[in-house]
Design a protein around this ligand. Structure first.
Ligand code: BTN
Length: 248
């Protein structure tokens, strides 16, 4: 059951989340969102479920969630209606960190490009997919799971807000907070967003390994540029990387 009145009480946005579709259960909110696009005006529409049965992560990974405990939703963004579509994943990560801080006073961090990290373990992730003029931002956050709820495959590498805080959070309120922050962040200037992301990043100046098309590059992570590309220092030479798998 989705508690609309609680959600609406906390939603302060103008557009984001003002149109919301709830599914008791669905395989993936990103898949639902793709089938749901309205040609002219789906901007800001949200698809949410409390039981995602076949969630997808980046790089064809599975995304595990627990019924009624995990937050799993997708928001549809019209790329023509935002200023910096190339850094939408950066913007989304910032919005999540801010919302979690507001609801629970917990300081999460970001691992490039947009893993949400708490106590060196993953607490949330973002999968952005494109269709037509739209970008579908799928967000998964471990909220009220106990350690025993976490899937064996991810148990050691993952955590939840409840494991950290020992308290329960209403999924409807966290959803509203994220949408409020996301709408605000979409209006911020590029410089503010990049600096904010850097202030949340957990591996600035750390040694990292990058896997790019079967090649491994190792160097020092220096930051990101205004397009969201990684700035990496390899033997005093600067290299820019747009995508790949990173190990800290
Ligand atoms: C990742 O870190 O690999 C990204 C995980 C994204 C998971 C969310 S949950 C809601 C939306 N629906 C999906 O199938 N995936 C995203």
């Amino acid at each position: 059951m989705f508690e609309y009145s609680i959600f609406e009480t906390h939603l302060k946005s103008e557009k984001f989340g003002r149109h919301i579709k709830y599914f008791e259960s669905t395989s993936s909110t990103n898949n639902e969102a793709k089938g749901y696009l309205v040609k002219d005006d789906s901007h800001g529409h949200v698809i949410i479920t409390k039981n995602q049965t076949n969630g997808r992560g980046r790089r064809d990974n599975q995304w595990f969630s627990v019924p009624n405990k995990s937050l799993t939703f997708s928001i549809i963004i019209n790329q023509k209606k935002i200023k910096y579509k190339e850094i939408l994943s950066i913007i989304s990560a910032i919005a999540i960190i801010k919302a979690i801080k507001k609801i629970s006073n917990v300081n999460c961090l970001i691992k490039w490009p947009n893993d949400i990290i708490l106590n060196n373990q993953k607490i949330g992730g973002i999968l952005i997919e494109k269709k037509l003029d739209y970008m579908i931002v799928g967000i998964g956050i471990n909220v009220n799971e106990e350690r025993s709820d976490l899937n064996m495959e991810i148990k050691n590498a993952s955590t939840s807000l409840r494991i950290n805080n020992n308290s329960l959070i209403k999924l409807e309120i966290l959803l509203a907070y994220i949408l409020n922050e996301l709408e605000k962040c979409c209006q911020e200037k590029n410089k503010y967003l990049i600096n904010k992301w850097l202030s949340y990043c957990c591996h600035i100046n750390k040694k990292i390994k990058f896997y790019e098309n079967h090649n491994m590059i190792s160097g020092i992570f220096k930051g990101i540029n205004k397009n969201g590309q990684v700035i990496i220092n390899i033997n005093n030479e600067t290299k820019f990387i747009s995508s790949g798998i990173m190990e800290v």
